[in-house]
Design a protein around this ligand. Structure first.
Ligand code: KG4
Length: 334
């Protein structure tokens, strides 16, 4: 009988300290996510120095919790996977150093993984098979991109933002409207309160017709438009609803362009913005209408940064015998 493969995943690339123990790259035995958002809240954005200090303080307790809950002894792990790129360098170093020490003490091989690619492996933790080729839609605080993945070793960015990431745009729009940080959940909640019907959309400029092969995301214009609407004393709830409708319409348009240009109809979406219920509903409807195999993590915790996705991707390296030397570096870039 094939032996189970157990991996420890470590994620510290930004403002979440997370670890998970995962069986065969697909079954979470235990997972913990410590989110620092309260520490960054007064600054309305992630402060790199605060982030790395907080990882240093929390990483040991997160580790102890996942090990205890998993029932797996550290020396029984088959590998330890850690995000080493892209991210905040000081934060990546905390997780990276922890993985190195774990590897030395328990004689367990290390796998370093790409944070963005790991996000696209989150659905593997909910029983989905990651089959190539597929398009990866990443919508988070640091990314608004579409990738083309033809096989395990290829990951080509085919669309990017020319300014803000979508999550960043949510956060900045929330700041303009004096809504709590992080902006995504606040804007979503406020939009639900909108009762205005048959009103003309507030933000149409962002959606002006672009060439068919232009899949660029851009959200800085709508930020200014949100400010103007707020100054005109438009209802906050209407601003939030129309903001969401407009940015999600742009996401849909770019996804369809990417499908038509590549001929690839399997799409995996992930990142913090995928926690948004309106976006989820819209992507479900789009997938149905256009005959796309479009999936995203159903469990919202798997949309945000988590150790489970790191172990899921690390498992793919493990079965290919692809390990990292212990002097691996960390990098802010992919
Ligand atoms: O992937 P993620 O957890 O981590 C980073 O990229 O750091 O994404 C965080 C981003 C934030 O900008 C946050 O405002 C956004 O995801 N976000 C949301 C929602 N929940 C979190 N955006 C829209 N709607 C949400 N419900």
């Amino acid at each position: 009988m094939k032996k189970d493969v157990i991996g420890l995943g470590i994620e510290t690339s930004c403002d979440e300290t997370s670890m998970a123990v995962v069986r065969n790259g697909s079954e979470i035995l235990s997972m913990h996510v410590y989110s620092q958002f309260e520490e960054h809240s007064p600054f309305r954005g992630v402060v790199p120095e605060i982030a790395s200090r907080s990882h240093l303080l929390k990483i040991q307790s997160v580790y102890e919790k996942v090990i205890k809950e998993s029932g797996v002894l550290p020396e029984q792990m088959d590998f330890v996977a850690v995000t080493n790129r892209p991210g905040l360098v000081g934060s990546l170093m905390i997780g990276g150093q922890f993985a190195k020490i774990f590897s030395i003490i328990f004689d367990v091989p290390v796998v370093t993984v790409d944070h963005v690619k790991a996000h696209l492996f989150s659905p593997a933790l909910e029983g989905n098979r990651i089959a190539y080729p597929f398009l990866g839609l990443m919508l988070s605080g640091g990314n608004s991109s579409i990738y083309r993945l033809d096989h395990f070793d290829s990951m080509e960015k085919i669309a990017d933002t020319s300014d803000d990431a979508l999550g960043e745009a949510f956060d900045k729009a929330a700041t303009i409207l004096s809504l709590p940080y992080p902006g995504g959940p606040s804007i979503e909640k406020k939009a639900e309160q909108c009762t205005a019907e048959n009103t003309s959309p507030l933000f149409t400029k962002l959606l002006r017709d672009r060439p068919f092969d232009d899949m660029t995301f851009s959200f800085s214009g709508i930020k200014t438009a949100v400010l103007r609407a707020h100054q005109r004393r438009e209802e906050d709830s209407r601003i939030c609803r129309d903001f969401q409708d407009t940015v999600f319409e742009l996401v849909e348009r770019n996804v369809l362009k990417a499908v038509h240009l590549t001929g690839i109809t399997k799409i995996i979406a992930s990142g913090g913005v995928l926690a948004n219920q309106t976006l989820r509903r819209r992507l479900d409807a789009l997938g149905k209408k256009e005959g796309l195999d479009l999936i995203y993590p159903k469990n919202k915790i798997l949309c945000t940064d988590n150790g489970g996705m790191v172990a899921a991707l690390g498992y793919e390296n493990f079965i290919k015998n692809e390990f990292s030397a212990l002097d691996f570096a960390v990098s802010s870039r992919r």
